[in-house]
Design a protein. Structure first.
Length: 116
C-alpha cells in the first residue's frame, strides 16, 4: 500500500448550519491520505512523477474557504477536487474535524471520515 499523507492541516473557516458559525467561524483540521503508485517517483527522484503536496494543500485550502452547511459536504468536495486534479489518485482518505462544535456539552471536536 502506497500513499502520500498530509496530516494536521489547520484552517479557520466558516462552515455550519447555525448563523453564528457562519459569522465567527471555527478551527478545522484536515488529514489526508492519497493512494497512488509511488514507484515512478521513488525511482526517478522527479517531482513530475508524484503528486505535489504543495498543490494538494492549496486545493484543500481553496475548498475550505468555500462555506458549507455540513463538514460532510466540505470533505466530499475536497476529495472530488483532488481526484479531478490528479488522475493518478486511486483513492483518498480524509478526516475533517471541527473544533468545539456548537452543542450543549463539552465536545472537543466533531469529525467525518470518508474514503473514496
Amino acid at each position: 500500500m502506497q500513499y502520500l499523507e498530509l496530516k494536521g492541516m489547520i484552517f479557520h473557516a466558516y462552515h455550519g448550519v447555525m448563523a453564528q458559525e457562519r459569522m465567527v467561524g471555527n478551527t478545522y483540521t484536515v488529514d489526508l491520505k492519497l493512494f497512488f503508485e509511488l514507484t515512478p517517483a521513488a525511482l526517478s527522484d522527479n517531482l513530475d512523477d508524484t503528486i505535489n503536496y504543495a498543490v494538494v494543500y492549496e486545493t484543500v485550502k481553496h475548498e475550505m474557504a468555500t462555506p458549507s452547511n455540513l463538514i460532510e459536504h466540505v470533505a466530499y468536495r475536497i476529495v472530488s477536487a483532488l481526484k479531478k486534479q490528479f488522475e493518478n489518485i486511486e483513492s483518498v482518505e480524509i478526516r475533517l474535524s471541527k473544533k468545539n462544535p456548537p452543542v450543549s456539552g463539552d465536545v472537543q471536536e466533531s469529525a467525518v471520515f470518508i474514503k473514496l
